[in-house]
Design a protein around this ligand. Structure first.
Ligand SMILES: Nc1ncnc2c1ncn2[C@@H]1O[C@H](COP(=O)(O)OP(=O)(O)O)[C@@H](O)[C@H]1O
Ligand SMILES: [Mg+2]
Length: 271
């Protein structure tokens, strides 16, 4: 559509939302952050990086024809696979119920990297919604992008799993910059507490300084949006969750301009 036909002269900024644990809100926050960024005038691509259990299309009520699998398996045109939900907001969908695809091998990752590099230049910012866990594709997406956003909740298991992912990425893939997005909190103080706790542990055991992206309140408009298959930020822009997410989107907008030239760290996930 109109806004996305031009190729971006400079490289777009890329970020992925990961968590370790499932059900913490990665897909909901990816979709709604993307929507907020598109509203701010950026050309945004959501990549459904949950390759075996795709959910982005479900959250947006999309009819998917072509997926990442079709692109890899039969050379489908990646740009034709992109579905536009808004003039500036595209989705590159994945498949659901395809165990083989949940964790690609090194050759497929290499090909996917080339495809994404090509397609990404049509956008200003690319957000990848990854699967739960620390499988090879989750690790690969986390090394492909410029920014690693860790989504967690105050639940101790979510904190443990986020820490485990940070540990693997920093130890084995030399990633150094992690941005915490604390979802489903009672208030800002609770989000800060979660951040400070994980931050102390990461500093002590991994010698890492974690960055605080912010908190997102537990809010019925989020689950309502999921059930109705529409971004809550669109249908309930005055809800508590939407207002905080618009603020976090502003931070991401600043990442997109100016470009973070020196931000990308070395390291490749094998397999
Ligand atoms: N801030 C929130 N407030 C209320 N419910 C939320 C919030 N964030 C996520 N949820 C709910 O949690 C469930 C899981 O969210 P989802 O985005 O699918 O998680 P993930 O992608 O991490 O598995 C959804 O049904 C959603 O409604
Ligand atoms: Mg998900």
């Amino acid at each position: 559509m109109v806004e996305t036909t031009g190729r971006n002269a400079s490289r777009p900024v890329t970020a992925c939302l990961s968590s370790g644990k499932g059900g913490v809100g990665k897909t909901s926050l990816t979709v709604n952050l993307a929507y907020a960024l598109a509203q701010k005038g950026l050309r945004v691509l959501i990549v459904d990086g949950d390759l075996g259990l795709a959910n982005v299309d479900v959250l947006l009520g999309l009819q998917v024809k072509t997926t990442i699998r079709d692109i890899l398996d039969r050379g489908a045109d990646p740009l034709e696979a992109v579905i536009y939900v808004e003039p500036r907001l595209g989705v590159l969908p994945s498949s659901s119920g395809v165990p083989d695809l949940a964790n690609l091998g090194p050759q497929d990752h290499h090909e996917l990297g080339e495809i994404l590099k090509d397609i990404c230049c049509h956008f200003d910012i690319v957000l990848v919604d990854t699967a739960a866990g620390i499988g090879s594709s989750v690790l690969w997406f986390n090394t492909f992008v410029d920014y690693n956003i860790l989504v967690l909740t105050p639940d101790p298991t979510a904190m443990t799993d986020a820490y485990a992912l940070i540990k693997v990425l920093s130890r084995d893939y030399r990633r150094q910059n992690f941005h915490l997005l604390v979802n489903q909190v009672k208030n800002e103080a609770e989000a800060r507490q979660v951040y400070e706790h994980l931050s102390r542990v990461a500093s002590h055991f991994l010698n890492l300084n974690l960055d605080y992206l912010g908190g997102v309140p537990r809010d019925a408009s989020v689950s309502q949006g999921v059930r109705n298959q529409v971004p809550f930020i669109k249908v309930a822009p005055q809800s508590k969750a939407a207002l905080t997410l618009f603020r976090h989107a502003e931070r991401l907008r600043r990442w997109a301009s100016p470009r973070p030239g020196a931000h990308k760290t070395a390291g490749k996930a094998g397999g």
